[in-house]
Design a protein around this ligand. Structure first.
Ligand SMILES: NC(=O)c1ccc[n+]([C@@H]2O[C@H](COP(=O)([O-])OP(=O)(O)OC[C@H]3O[C@@H](n4cnc5c(N)ncnc54)[C@H](O)[C@@H]3O)[C@@H](O)[C@H]2O)c1
Length: 355
């Protein structure tokens, strides 16, 4: 096992790459070799900011650099699958941002590349790495909740359409469902023990548009914004039924007349329940009495910097085979199966059977 720092490169030099690079730069087990972006000027600026050795003007330059061991893919969703396959086939480990792909077929391409290359791939399900989620997982695995049979996930933004490529379904693969819904679907499914989805029923609404007229509230923005582009849905609600009888209820939006933004994640078991967001709390019953349990941790609510630090630390250790694979390509495929079935159900106006 090598004690040398893992030599990483980053593809895509936009907003989220900044969080990857901040975490890599602070990790003594990492050396940042280079950056590639189709926007070369942006790659240059980011390489300078984070002290990368070099900028790759072409993808091929990166793929043929044998000193690079691992790559973070932080690009638009339409390129995730083909970039991940190319990087794996070039013999390098991959951390690919969520969603793994736009379609199940693209996700399966990645899974096959993982299998033939023997390299690691971690999907960027960063919310699994918040201290609140890491803590809850220990309670779930330890049996505090008993069998978890229901989960509820809400990720509502009132004006959260980031514009640019996020709002262009050809590049993003969809709107809030594939962008922010995917985080909470994955998190609930992970806490439930990754049961096999069997039926999916969903509704999608596109009534309000991107609400670009609202000027007095801040919102997350793509690096290249264009307020006129918008071909994605405003909101989705969905019900997933799993093989073991458990179920998941979701609602997620970019645009909705909600009185507030709302992030709520709850899981319910036979012996106890838990609210992961907005803040970790557990509930159980003892001596005919309901008990609320409030774990004393530094980050009871997910924080981006903390989450990315933990997520990338796991990936770096994975590259050295010191920790188990989590958020695997196979799990990414399964999540995409649920997400695409939700879109399909909404489009057809009926339940989709995945069996
Ligand atoms: N984990 C999270 O919480 C989280 C949050 C936001 C975004 N994301 C994900 O991160 C990814 C990037 O999002 P962002 O907000 O940084 O977008 P962004 O628009 O800020 O940056 C994307 C960058 O990728 C570059 N790019 C696009 N296609 C490319 C290609 N084929 N090759 C090289 N460069 C390419 C663009 O030029 C741009 O600089 C998306 O997949 C998004 O879903 C994850």
């Amino acid at each position: 096992m090598s004690a040398e720092p893992v030599r990483v490169a980053v593809i895509g030099a936009g907003t989220i790459a900044g969080l990857h690079l901040t975490a890599y730069a602070a990790n003594p087990g990492v050396h940042i070799v280079g950056i590639h972006d189709i926007n070369v000027a942006r790659a240059r600026a980011v390489a300078q900011e984070y002290g990368a050795d070099r900028v790759y003007e072409s993808l091929d330059d990166l793929l043929t650099d044998t000193t690079v061991e691992a790559v973070s893919i932080c690009t638009w969703n339409d390129s995730h699958s083909k970039l991940a396959v190319a990087v794996l086939d070039a013999g390098k480990h991959v951390l690919v941002e969520k969603p793994l792909s736009r379609t199940v077929a693209e996700a399966e391409d990645v899974q096959r590349a993982v299998e033939r290359s023997g390299k690691h791939l971690q999907v960027g399900f960063v919310r699994r790495f918040g201290q609140n989620a890491l803590t809850l997982k220990r309670f779930v695995d330890g049996g505090t909740l008993g069998d978890v049979y229901f989960a509820k996930a809400t990720n509502i933004r009132r004006i959260g359409n980031p514009g640019g490529w996020f709002a262009d379904s050809a590049r993003s693969g969809g709107g809030p469902l594939v962008d922010i819904g995917v985080h909470v679907v994955d998190l609930c499914w992970y806490m439930m023990g990754t049961p096999r989805p069997v039926t999916v029923s969903a509704n999608s609404y596109t009534r309000l548009g991107n609400r670009a007229n609202v000027t007095n509230l801040k919102r997350y923005r793509a690096a290249d914004d264009d307020p006129d582009v918008n071909t994605v849905e405003d909101m989705v609600n969905a019900l997933v039924r799993f093989e073991d009888g458990s179920s998941l209820l979701l609602d997620t939006s970019y645009s909705l007349h909600a009185v507030d933004d709302d992030l709520h994640i709850s899981v319910f078991g036979e012996r106890g329940g838990a609210e992961l967001e907005p803040s970790l709390r557990l509930v159980t019953e003892e001596n005919d009495t309901i008990l609320r349990i409030e774990p004393q941790i530094d980050h009871p609510t997910f924080g981006m910097t903390e989450g990315f630090t933990n997520e990338l630390a796991h990936f770096v250790e994975l590259c050295r085979d010191r920790v188990p694979d989590v958020a695997t390509a196979a799990q990414g495929v399964e999540v995409m199966r649920m997400i695409t079935a939700m879109y399909e159900s909404a489009r057809l106006g009926r339940e989709i059977d995945l069996r």
